[in-house]
Design a protein around this ligand. Structure first.
Ligand SMILES: Cc1cc2nc3c(=O)[nH]c(=O)nc-3n(C[C@H](O)[C@H](O)[C@H](O)COP(=O)(O)OP(=O)(O)OC[C@H]3O[C@@H](n4cnc5c(N)ncnc54)[C@H](O)[C@@H]3O)c2cc1C
Ligand SMILES: NC(=O)c1ccc[n+]([C@@H]2O[C@H](COP(=O)([O-])OP(=O)(O)OC[C@H]3O[C@@H](n4cnc5c(N)ncnc54)[C@H](OP(=O)(O)O)[C@@H]3O)[C@@H](O)[C@H]2O)c1
Length: 257
């Protein structure tokens, strides 16, 4: 049994999906936790010196699914030079780890301003995860005319959760638009390049078939901090401003590092 640690619960791996050699999902059985779709929690293991290594990971499954199954799901990319991800990458079904008791984060649907009719969910790599949790929220259909889900990866093989996204498209029909961007190989049906450039030249809006208008749009940016910075600049140039609790705006972000 893995040693307990203050602020953490013990958890056990129940399922693992390998999308590529270094991109994988873990489902873990963890005590019931109250969280909101879009939030993250810490995962941790002990290293060889018995030091606890802990990092934040977004929860991919909706709280309703957690209530039913008692499980939490995470999408993780391994950085071979990193401290925690090589350890997480070694976990197999039945292995133990620790999960933080306090989910956190403000990238949630209740933070999206009321005026929003078109919601843009822009992500690089693993940052599609929290959006999948949000997209399983019942309020999506009531609140938005269009939800544009964008995932930018280096390679086509890194576009994860294609079956689940197809099911969401079936459920929401034309309300949900999914745009794939692949930067390091040509892929039919996907845009090529990076999100900020594609926003700036309008190709992203064109591919989505949805205008990005200040009056009715809200944009979440999540993942690579350089993408978040470059997109924020671009959105400012397009006349949108950062959303603050004290001053309503049209975009907000979460950096993964
Ligand atoms: C709010 C929040 C949510 C996060 N959610 C996720 C998630 O759902 N899935 C996930 O894989 N990571 C996520 N991260 C990143 C995660 O917390 C770790 O930083 C990451 O897994 C690297 O840990 P490490 O100990 O292996 O590497 P470290 O020893 O901490 O080295 C970190 C280096 O890895 C790179 N890096 C870190 N995270 C990523 C990433 N996701 N994609 C690309 N490069 C990265 C950066 O270059 C960084 O300098 C999240 C981070 C935050 C702050
Ligand atoms: N993906 C892999 O094949 C691979 C292999 C070994 C290790 N890793 C490790 O895994 C980590 C994560 O890799 P990842 O591929 O998931 O994430 P990533 O490096 O953030 O790349 C994901 C997408 O973000 C784009 N991007 C990068 N900088 C951007 C910017 N300033 N503005 C807009 N878009 C930007 C990338 O485009 P560009 O392609 O143009 O950069 C790519 O399309 C890396 O840090 C690395 O340590 C990944």
């Amino acid at each position: 049994m893995i040693e307990p640690y203050i602020g953490f619960n013990q958890a056990i791996v129940t399922k693992r999906i390998d999308w590529t050699e270094n991109l994988f999902s873990l489902r873990i059985k963890a005590p019931l936790t109250d969280y909101i779709a879009g939030q993250f929690v810490k995962l941790a293991v002990y290293d060889e010196q018995n030091e606890l290594i802990r990092r934040a990971y977004s929860i991919v499954n909706h709280p309703d699914d957690h209530n039913e199954t008692g499980e939490l799901e995470f999408l993780i990319v391994t950085d071979e030079a990193g401290l925690l991800t090589p350890c997480l990458h070694m976990l197999a079904v039945g292995d133990e780890l620790l999960v933080g008791k306090d989910p956190a984060g403000f990238m949630t649907l209740d933070e999206v301003p009321e005026y929003t009719r078109n919601l843009w969910l822009l992500s690089t790599g693993t940052a599609i995860g929290p959006y999948l949790a949000m997209l399983n929220d019942k309020s999506i259909e009531e609140r938005f005319d269009k939800v544009v889900l964008v995932n930018a990866t280096r390679l086509e093989s890194e576009l994860s959760y294609q079956t689940e996204i197809e099911q969401l498209k079936q459920r929401y029909q034309e309300r949900l638009v999914y745009v794939r961007i692949v930067s390091r190989e040509p892929v039919s049906g996907a845009l090529s390049g990076r999100i900020p450039m594609l926003l700036k030249n309008g190709d992203l809006q064109k591919a989505a078939g949805v205008p990005l208008e200040k009056s009715n749009s809200f944009v979440y940016l999540c993942g690579n901090p350089n993408m978040v910075r470059d997109c924020s600049d671009c959105l400012n140039e397009l006349g949108l401003s950062k959303h603050l609790r004290r001053k309503s705006g049209q975009f907000s972000s979460e950096n993964y590092w």
